[in-house]
Design a protein around this ligand. Structure first.
Ligand code: FAD
Length: 511
């Protein structure tokens, strides 16, 4: 723990994955940390409110893993990884022209790296358990941020009694606001040195920050809804119904169905489709739903989900929107910073929303450390405030372009997942980039997916590097088309010759 004379009081709003990790980083640096969470403690089964707005399973990858690795919480990452399932590849499902079903495995990475399926609640629980071990952390559940004065460094929370959310759980259409009204609340005021707002896409911290900072804000609901389904373990042996080490995709052109494995050998599936498809199917699910699945997602119903289960799940599980949010700056003076979905909610098609949020935490604390916030010499109130303001300025400048880049990449990846993965052009580019990666590693070529999911390169730099690779590949393809015909005509060409030629040419173009 760094040497500090007086602990800063850090208030974290939201105990989701990002807020909980941010609280751990602050606590491990000696801050006096208070976490305020709207909902009840998700580890308590009697009061746990079901969260109807979040998917159950997530893909965890390098950025999230690295952020937990660097949290200074011994054993945390190991505990989390124990409860994950490796997904080495995409499994593309489809039907050939003759009607025969096929599956095609597409490895995620030329060097065998993989993403991990993780249960959102287990991950969150492991983080809360790690927090609870620290003496300088206080968790306040059932507390809702309702206001903040970021100049006076005071925030207000409604403290709710432990009202059971049973009725709400049975009636997911009843919204949180209504549920909140039914509970008696008392308001408390809280002083702080720094607030970290990690209260999700509809962030109250961001809303109140807008009254102080000149915050540019942009949000978009894409024309896609999602609904969760469930593939039960196969009976009678309770094994996985399909290969567990894949993220399964049924690309359907303008829609898509995916399945992610769970530790109990079931799969959590998500249907993504335009809102009009949902309305059209909802008009008569008994007739339209199975037909829709049969036409677009072959092999799902009745093979993996029975007709009655499919209809029941479509009827009972909510049909939810997808929001993409960009804003800037992420902070106001030295008193508040927003992280995770609160700063940059994105569509889920790169599996990066939570990973990027966890990476926010690592980047923020690297910058706070760099500005000496935790050095003994910066412990007096004034110099620490100045250093923190400079650090938060730098955080916004560095992170906003990165978050904007992954936001855009995630939007574009929808196209790739629902149809691109089957296109010959996509497959050719993937093959070429991976071949260059394997045979000419010194050139540093990697696919976009590898850079995003298995590395910690800044997202904005990933975007630039991939763009540059794309331009070079276009040149290579053009030259190859002309050259291959000619060289083949002149007879065999030695592999060494190709290798030298390739290395020289590509390094010239990279410059
Ligand atoms: P949240 O998880 O939203 O947590 C915010 C917390 O703040 C909540 O606990 C909430 O109760 C609390 N809160 C809200 N308001 C207040 C208030 N006023 N006062 C106090 N507390 C408050 N990401 C990935 O990395 N990989 C994936 O595979 C992936 N798949 C996804 C699939 C779908 C269908 C969706 C919708 C998202 C997916 N994501 C994925 C994105 C991921 O779910 C989010 O990016 C992640 O949950 C954001 O974490 P967070 O902690 O910032 O916010």
């Amino acid at each position: 723990m760094a040497e500090v004379h007086k602990a800063q009081k850090v208030v974290v709003v939201g105990a989701g994955p990002v807020g909980a990790l941010a609280a751990l980083y602050a606590a491990n640096r000696g801050d006096d940390v208070h976490v305020y969470e709207l909902r009840a403690d998700l580890r308590d089964p009697s009061t746990t409110p079901l969260n109807f707005t979040k998917s159950i399973n997530l893909a965890l990858s390098e950025r999230g893993i690295n952020s937990m690795r660097q949290s200074q919480s011994v054993g945390l990452l190991e505990e989390v990884l124990k409860e994950t399932i490796p997904m080495h590849a995409r499994m593309i499902h489809g039907r050939r022209k003759g009607g025969e079903l096929f599956q095609e495995s597409q490895a995620y990475d030329a060097n065998g790296r993989y993403i991990q399926a993780v249960d959102r609640a287990s991950l969150n629980k492991r983080l809360l358990e790690a927090l609870e071990k620290l003496p300088n952390v206080t968790l306040h559940f059932n507390h809702k941020l309702t206001g903040a004065d970021f100049d006076r460094k005071t925030a207000w929370f409604e403290q709710h009694n432990n009202a059971k959310k049973t009725d709400h759980a049975q009636n997911p259409t009843q919204n949180d606001a209504l549920w909140d009204d039914q509970k008696r609340a008392t308001e408390i005021s809280v002083n702080f040195d720094l607030i970290i707002g990690a209260d999700g896409a509809h962030s109250a911290t961001r809303y109140h920050m807008m009254k102080f900072a000149r915050l540019d804000y942009q949000q978009e609901y894409i024309d896609t809804l999602w609904c969760e389904f469930h593939i039960a373990p196969r009976s009678p042996d309770s094994s996985f119904a399909i290969d567990p080490n894949h993220l399964h995709i049924w690309p359907g052109g303008s829609f898509m169905f995916i399945a992610i494995p769970s530790l109990d050998k079931s799969f959590t599936c998500t249907l993504f489709a335009p809102a009009s498809h949902f309305s059209s199917v909802s008009e008569n699910p008994e007739q339209k739903l199975v037909k829709f699945f049969h036409q677009n997602f072959p092999g799902v119903c009745p093979e993996l989900i029975s007709t009655s289960d499919l209809q029941k799940q479509f009827r009972e599980n909510p049909h939810l929107p997808l929001i993409s949010i960009k804003c800037k700056p992420y902070h106001y003076k030295s008193s508040v910073v927003i992280l995770g979905d609160a700063a940059h909610a994105m569509v889920p098609f790169y599996g990066q929303g939570m990973n990027a949020g966890l990476e926010d935490v690592r980047v923020l604390f690297d910058i706070l450390d760099k500005h000496g916030i935790y050095d003994a010499g910066t412990s007096d109130h004034r110099s620490r405030n100045e250093a923190r303001e400079a650090a938060l300025d730098e955080y916004t400048s560095q992170r906003a372009p990165d978050a904007a880049a992954i936001n855009d990449l995630a939007l574009r990846n929808y196209e790739e997942m629902r149809s691109g993965v089957q296109s010959p052009l996509y497959k050719m580019r993937k093959w070429m980039e991976e071949t260059v990666n394997v045979y000419f590693p010194s050139l540093g070529w990697r696919t976009q997916y590898t850079r995003v999911s298995f590395e910690n390169q800044r997202y904005s730099e990933v975007e630039k590097a991939v763009h540059r690779q794309g331009r070079i590949l276009m040149g290579v393809v053009g030259l190859s088309l002309v050259g291959i015909g000619g060289l083949t005509a002149f007879g065999g060409v030695r592999r060494d010759y190709w290798k030298n030629l390739g290395t020289t040419w590509l390094s010239q173009v990279e410059k």
